[in-house]
Ligand binder design. Structure first.
Ligand code: COA
Ligand code: AMP
Length: 639
């Protein structure tokens, strides 16, 4: 099958195409409705199908003779642990954990927040919630209590599942005080917390609210799967948008299972029994889709890695795992490759390992910059494929379909639209732009299976945030172009989303925290290009009149504020005090102009600027502090 034939069929006969893909899974009742709209006009895939995602990912494989195959490899250099869990063992653990949650009163449709480090129990917790037909919301362990509190109030969970600690290289991060603080801050109070005590830290328990995971589990009985509809939510995953408040992306069971199972072969070219590794965290969409659900739905072996690409113990960590477990398809974020390249530029730590098992290296989460792609291709001798996706879609919008027809790699491009995604480049009036012209990247409706169709708790937000700007299209928030051969080049966000080490954050949210400092009158938080992490936030602040503070001290206080309110992962470092910010006559801060100045990129000064003199004033201040970057890539895009 050629890529063109596969893609064209998905465009011309989407329902036939996805019906065929749905047949690859074991439903309780096969859907009659393939793509439908409900009374509110919301599109659903496989709405009337009956299924359970955990059944498809576990019991189905045990029933079909994969019980003894390894489902999860747990490799934790930070605790010196290695373990393997078979499909049969995982099914049993999940069934018992589901029994434990049922004993606590969790039923279909209830929400359960999971705030855990990269340990197998995090995966077990997700699948146990899915087994009950309940809805999980995993919160990345690097988020601070106020961020967790916002998610608790929005998802209103019955139960929070957590662990006593996570381990960041050598630092033990106690999770329980963070959870306690978040519950204190939140208006919604969950009925209870289930806490997994790890040997590295013992958490104190609040009587009447907190339960010990191991003791409850010991008493729990395994429980069967609760059937759900294809359109019932499997999970809510919060992601940053342009406003301060994160959006709860709702993922439905049916479309999610079908799209992910399809992608495992079509994009990553793996079969049941192969070892697939996505080096990410279950707190992110990559972790949901390609540490947990994709590989397990497809009958693969997945790896839960509690470590970093460097420092645990060195920049050979990724290559060790690939070789030790015979990984066939590997996937991580460009930041990880840049970190390895920085530590080990000659890739000497790759040499001891036999990587012959590895077919392709996939990258996503942020744009794979051509120098890193070239370095990795050269050192590994493997094809390095960039693919582009978002929390909202749950899988690749563009990719090189390695299991259909591999296409030549073009540096800087995430290759071609994935079947189901009708990718267009539009101007702000919705006019389609010519090949090679840069504009907004949009997807013509309907979206394929797995893509979000609503924001949790807010019926209008999906339409308002994603569909209104360009009618008939889903706006991705990214800008870029399509070349003469149809290759898509995603060049960066066109909104206030910032991507720090593959982690998505909102500059608006960081601004709210900076602006809350008593000395700050107003501020603009700008995404500054960073050699390692892609982007890092930088605060440009104007002090309240009459206030005088030392810039270094203010900077340190703001770092603490961001760490306490958002989390260390925001990597906030630099603060510069300015006399004033550039504004339009109507008072709008010229963030795009500031972004251009800070990153040494071309920028526009609009004619509506209040006082053009402010631009030179800011350039001088930033130059004096060596805070102006260089334009590294001629093609770098800014809208
Ligand atoms: N729980 C608690 N804290 C966490 C955390 C977690 N799960 N993950 C990160 N943090 C903390 C780190 O300890 C660090 O804190 P510090 O400033 O006190 O040292 C901070 O958040 C920043 O972490 P990180 O972005 O991981 O930076 P780093 O300098 O520790 O490591 C890299 C650099 C490149 C190794 C790391 O960023 C990395 O592995 N990147 C790949 C990211 C990735 O896989 N993304 C996948 C998304 S698809
Ligand atoms: P997230 O929702 O956290 O997965 O972040 C999604 C955003 O990350 C996208 O909208 C892009 O801005 C960026 N992104 C992810 N993958 C790529 C890629 N391969 N190329 C360019 N940008 C990417």
């Amino acid at each position: 099958m050629s890529y063109q034939a596969e893609y064209q069929r998905s465009m011309q006969d989407p329902e036939g195409f996805w019906r065929d893909q749905a047949k690859q899974l074991e439903w309780y009742k096969f859907p009659q409705q393939i793509l439908s709209k409900d009374a509110d006009g919301i599109g659903h895939w496989f709405a009337d199908g009956e299924m359970n995602t955990a059944y498809m990912a576990l019991d189905h494989h045990v029933k079909n003779g994969r019980g003894n195959q390894t489902a999860i490899i747990y490799d934790s250099p930070v605790t010196n642990t290695k373990a393997k869990i078979s499909y049969a063992e995982l099914t049993d653990q999940v069934a018992r954990t589901a029994g434990m949650l049922a004993d606590l009163g969790v039923v279909k449709g209830d929400r359960v927040i999971i705030y855990m480090p990269m340990i197998p129990e995090a995966v077990v917790a997700m699948l146990a919630v899915a087994r009950l037909g309940a809805i999980h919301s995993v919160v990345f362990g690097g988020f601070a209590p106020p961020e967790l509190a916002v998610r608790i109030d929005d998802a209103t969970p019955k139960v929070i599942m957590t662990a006593s600690c996570g381990i960041e290289v050598k630092k033990v991060i106690e999770y329980k005080p963070l959870v306690d603080k978040a519950i204190e801050l939140a208006k919604h109070k969950p009925q209870c917390c289930v806490l997994l005590q790890r040997p590295q830290a013992t958490a104190s328990m609040i009587a009447g609210r907190d339960h010990d995971w191991a003791s409850l589990l010991a008493k729990a009985k395994p429980i069967g799967c609760t059937p759900v509809k294809g359109s019932d939510p499997l999970y809510i995953l919060y992601t940053s948008g342009t406003t301060g408040k994160p959006k709860g992306v709702v993922r439905e069971n049916g479309g999610h299972a079908v799209a992910l199972n399809y992608s495992m072969k079509a994009i990553y070219n793996v079969e049941a029994g192969d070892v697939f590794w996505a080096a990410s965290d279950v707190g992110w969409v990559v972790g949901h889709s390609y540490i947990v659900y994709g590989p397990l739905l497809h009958g693969c072996t997945t790896i839960v890695y509690e470590g970093k690409p460097i420092m645990t113990p060195d920049a050979g960590a990724l290559w060790r795992i690939i070789s030790e477990y015979k990984v066939k398809s590997f996937f991580t974020a460009p930041t990880a490759f840049r970190a390895v390249k920085k530590e080990d530029p000659e890739a000497l730590l790759m040499k001891p390992y036999d990587l012959s098992c590895l077919q392709v290296i996939f990258s996503a989460g942020e744009r794979l910059d051509p120098p890193t792609q070239e370095w990795l291709t050269d050192k590994s001798g493997k094809t390095v494929v960039d693919h582009w996706w978002q929390t909202e879609t749950g899988w690749g919008i563009t990719a090189n379909l390695w299991g259909v027809e591999p296409k030549p790699v073009k540096l800087g491009s995430s290759t071609l639209p994935t079947p189901g995604f009708d990718v267009r480049i539009l101007d702000e009036n919705g006019k389609q732009l010519a090949r090679n012209e840069q504009g907004y990247i949009a997807i013509k409706l309907p979206l394929p299976p797995s893509c979000m169709n609503r924001v949790w708790g807010d019926d209008n937000k999906f339409r308002d945030s994603y569909l209104q700007f360009l009618p008939g299209y889903y706006t991705t928030g990214d800008g870029g172009y399509i070349d003469d051969e149809g290759y898509v080049f995603v060049m960066g966000r066109v909104d206030d989303v910032i991507n720090v080490a593959g982690h998505r954050l909102s500059t608006g949210e960081i601004e709210e925290v900076v602006a809350g400092h008593p000395a700050v009158a107003e501020c603009a938080v700008i995404a500054r290009d960073d050699e390692l992490k892609g982007q890092i936030p930088m605060g440009l602040v104007v002090l309240k009149s009459g206030v005088s503070v030392d810039e270094t001290q203010l900077g340190q206080e703001l770092v603490k504020r961001i760490r306490d309110n958002i989390g260390a992962i925001a990597c906030y470092k630099d603060t510069v005090i300015l006399k004033r910010l550039p504004k339009t006559r109507s008072g709008k801060t010229l963030r795009k102009t500031l972004n251009g100045i800070v990153n040494g990129k071309p920028y526009n000064v609009p004619s509506t600027i209040d006082d053009p003199g402010v631009i030179n004033e800011i350039i001088e201040t930033l130059r004096g502090k060596k805070m102006i970057g260089e334009l590294k890539e001629k093609t770098r895009y800014s809208m």
